[in-house]
Design a binder for this molecule. Structure first.
Ligand SMILES: Cc1cc2nc3c(=O)[nH]c(=O)nc-3n(C[C@H](O)[C@H](O)[C@H](O)COP(=O)(O)OP(=O)(O)OC[C@H]3O[C@@H](n4cnc5c(N)ncnc54)[C@H](O)[C@@H]3O)c2cc1C
Length: 256
């Protein structure tokens, strides 16, 4: 018998948008092409979304042995950050302020300028244990198609408290209202936020969504923002940036 749970995405997702729907609980034996949800911190869920899956609770774990960290795909980034800090393991300082799960973060190759989650990655357990090189990691991209049940990381250095503080300080000018983080990837040699600002959209409001006046690549929910409000602003930003600069902005967020 398949197991399901009901998730209200207007509460669960970090932008507080989405329907209340049944989501299949996924383990290694029952995956059948469902769209995986981690913590929905980078996913905009439409009112018509269906066929969603979420990993079983048993994939929330961390084990450390002989210089190798084995982490379940459902584990929260923040939990991994804390574990690494407590055990003096370096390379995870940037996860302190990066919401989401390890599975979602590996799929997105999440990171900051200094670090990406794939840097210390050795292998992933998807349909079977596979080496990192099979997944072609690049800036906010991987070729991962299956659920990430486990990630294996190599520890190359000690925890770096100075780096931890530096990264923390960099977060200080980030919007605090609900968002999905950066909506667009930065085009080569430029910043999506700069381009959106240059086409006059900083602070622009549609319904309950505002293009943040702190960081124009963050679209924030000021209350009651909808899927349609987000789409409107996303499409407008793409249109204006293309017409003005000839640059095609590519979404970093996933839209369902
Ligand atoms: C305030 C804020 C700040 C942010 N800052 C950053 C930042 O600095 N850098 C950055 O890179 N990102 C940032 N993000 C985006 C987000 O935190 C990351 O992309 C995060 O890694 C997504 O994790 P998630 O579990 O929420 O993934 P979800 O949004 O749930 O899913 C993202 C993608 O991963 C897939 N996925 C989810 N779980 C799994 C799994 N177990 N196996 C396979 N695929 C899976 C989904 O199908 C989807 O394609 C920020 C977001 C917010 C809200």
């Amino acid at each position: 018998m398949e197991k399901y749970k009901t998730i209200d995405f207007s509460r669960f997702s970090s932008i507080k948008i989405g329907p209340k729907i049944k989501v299949k609980i996924i383990d290694e034996n029952n995956y059948n092409g469902e769209f995986l949800i981690g913590n929905a911190t980078n996913t905009l869920v439409s009112p018509n979304a269906k066929n969603l899956g979420i990993l079983d609770e048993k994939y929330d774990f961390i084990e450390y042995k002989n210089g190798i960290l084995k982490v379940g795909g459902k584990t929260k980034n923040r939990k991994l950050y804390r574990f690494a800090k407590e055990h003096n393991l370096g390379g995870f300082e940037f996860l302190a302020h990066l919401p989401g799960t390890v599975g979602g973060s590996v799929k997105m190759n999440a990171g900051v300028k200094e670090e990406e989650i794939s840097n210390n990655l050795l292998a992933l357990k998807t349909d079977k244990l596979r080496e990192k090189k099979e997944f072609n990691f690049s800036y906010r991209h991987s070729d991962i198609k299956d659920p990430v049940f486990e990630a294996l990381f190599e520890i190359k250095r000690d925890y770096d408290p100075a780096l931890d503080i530096k990264l923390k300080n960099m977060r200080k000018n980030q919007p605090s209202l609900p968002s999905l983080g950066s909506v667009f990837k930065n085009p080569k040699g430029d910043y999506a936020g700069r381009l959106i600002e240059a086409v006059g959209m900083r602070g622009m409001v549609k319904g309950g969504i505002m293009v943040s006046d702190i960081h124009a690549n963050f679209f924030v929910n000021t209350g009651g923002g909808s899927f349609e409000d987000m789409l409107y602003l996303i499409n407008l930003a793409k249109k204006r940036v293309f017409e003005t600069f000839g640059i095609t902005l590519e979404e970093e967020i996933k839209i369902l």
